[in-house]
Design a protein around this ligand. Structure first.
Ligand code: S3P
Length: 422
């Protein structure tokens, strides 16, 4: 096979940062401009939700929107449920933002979101004084009634940036101080954005403290490229001999770069350069060349810093010499699908030697894989895993998963085809 990935590409904006930019701009004091916004369906859920809450949002170009912030405490009583679609981030962060409002809202989502836990957010928001009612199973549809909130001290029982962010978005309108302690570090985009907007917030190790603010000033933001989408290009390039890819303007926040650390330990030739800080986020270029991989330990790198990349990391491990163990992946069971079993069934069907041991994933490499004929459970990251296997071992994409992949990375097929050389 002679296929390789070659060329350079600038990726659409990071999904996590995009959600936060829309939510914070909606409660800002005025006109905000957001460029290089993520284009996936998850973001449309957040945009549609803030529109139902009375915020004007106008598309001004590809990946470019204007949000007419209405100020804190000014959401309009919604006349219909807020549909979060497939997006856990929309659901959980909106609950935080609404907890201190003076409206009530019902939030719902698709069949995948209706299976995912909401109690992890409902519990701390209730402690802050909000009324939150989930189903008996602790899932959505969920009703929230905003109340006057008080700050809390809260130790997160699971390492979750969504839960941390929901509490922080509630804390900015609560009375008194809020202090959150995380079991291990999780993505800190909310903290970085709030600090850049002048909110009194401090962080140290795994502790975040914040106090309320009267206003969020209007702002402009150019969202850096999505480091999680980049993973599917990086790993395809590592596996296809003769590949050389430059990814420009990628978010290189260390709380998202766990997978780069692991891959480098496995022998991957990945360089970063031109790092600048914009709105608190480190941004730079990623240069990847195909590489021979070997297994490495990952147990000393916080799982949350690579949780969304485990599907494609497991593929990399299946091509690495030796045994790779990814520990403590329990959280993968409550993602858009049960991703832990999804990864196993896809890689197993593709011919990899892989097993689940408790909450750990153990991969024995290397061996040649085949295009797996298996259900991707409507999960965008599992669909991109299957396409990465197809690309690396059959030299072609099936292009069967346009819908699923459109959740986070609608440009996936165009980007991959533009880089693919025969
Ligand atoms: C996200 C946090 C992570 C991640 C998700 C996006 C965020 O979820 O898996 O894709 O934007 O805060 P958890 O916080 O539930 O771990």
């Amino acid at each position: 096979m002679t296929e390789s990935l070659r060329g350079q590409v600038s990726l659409p904006g990071d999904k996590s940062i995009s959600h936060r930019a829309i939510l914070l701009s909606s409660i800002s004091d005025g006109l905000c401009e957001i460029s290089n916004l993520a284009t996936g369906k998850d973001l449309i859920s957040t945009i549609e939700a803030v529109k139902v809450l009375g915020v004007r949002v106008r598309e001004t170009g590809p990946g470019r929107i204007e949000v007419h912030g209405i100020g804190m405490g000014n959401f309009k009583q919604p006349d219909r449920p807020l549909d979060c679609g497939n997006a856990g981030t929309s659901l959980r962060l909106l609950l935080g933002l609404l907890a201190g409002s003076n409206i009530s809202a019902k939030l719902d989502g698709d069949s995948s979101l209706r299976r995912r836990p909401v109690n992890r957010v409902a519990i701390p928001l209730r402690q802050m004084g909000a009324f939150v009612q989930t189903t008996d199973r602790g899932t959505c549809p969920v009703t929230i009634e905003g109340r006057k909130l008080r700050g809390i001290g809260y130790a997160l029982p699971v390492a979750s940036a969504q839960v941390k962010s929901a509490i922080l978005l509630a804390a900015i309108s609560a009375e008194g101080q809020t202090e959150i302690v995380e079991p291990t570090p999780t993505r800190d985009h909310t903290e970085r954005m709030l600090i850049s907007l002048g909110v009194p917030l401090t962080t140290s190790d795994c502790k975040v403290s914040t106090r309320p603010t009267d206003r969020i000033p209007a702002f402009e933001i150019d969202i850096p490229g999505d480091i999680s989408s980049a993973a599917f290009i990086v790993i395809a390039a590592l596996l296809l001999p003769g590949s050389e890819v430059l990814l420009q303007n990628v978010c290189l926040n260390p709380t998202r770069c766990g997978y780069l650390q692991i891959l480098r330990r496995m022998g991957a030739d990945i360089q970063t350069d031109d790092i600048v800080i914009k709105r608190g986020e480190p941004i730079g270029n990623l240069f990847v060349r195909s590489s021979e991989l070997h297994s490495s330990r990952c147990d000393d790198i916080p799982v949350a810093t690579f949780i969304d990349e485990v599907p494609v990391l497991a593929l990399a491990a299946s091509q690495a010499e030796g045994v790779t163990r990814f520990p403590n992946l329990g959280e993968l069971r409550v993602k858009e699908s049960d991703r832990l079993s999804g990864i196993l069934s896809i890689l197993d069907a593709a011919g990899a030697k892989i097993e689940i041991d408790g909450d750990d994933l153990v991969v024995y490499g290397p061996n040649k894989l085949y295009a797996p004929d298996v259900d991707t459970r409507g999960d965008h990251r599992l669909s991109m895993l299957v396409e990465t296997i197809n690309l690396a071992f059959e030299g072609a994409l099936t292009e069967r998963y346009v819908d699923e992949i459109g959740i986070s990375f609608p440009e996936y097929y165009d980007v991959m085809k533009s880089l693919l050389h025969r």
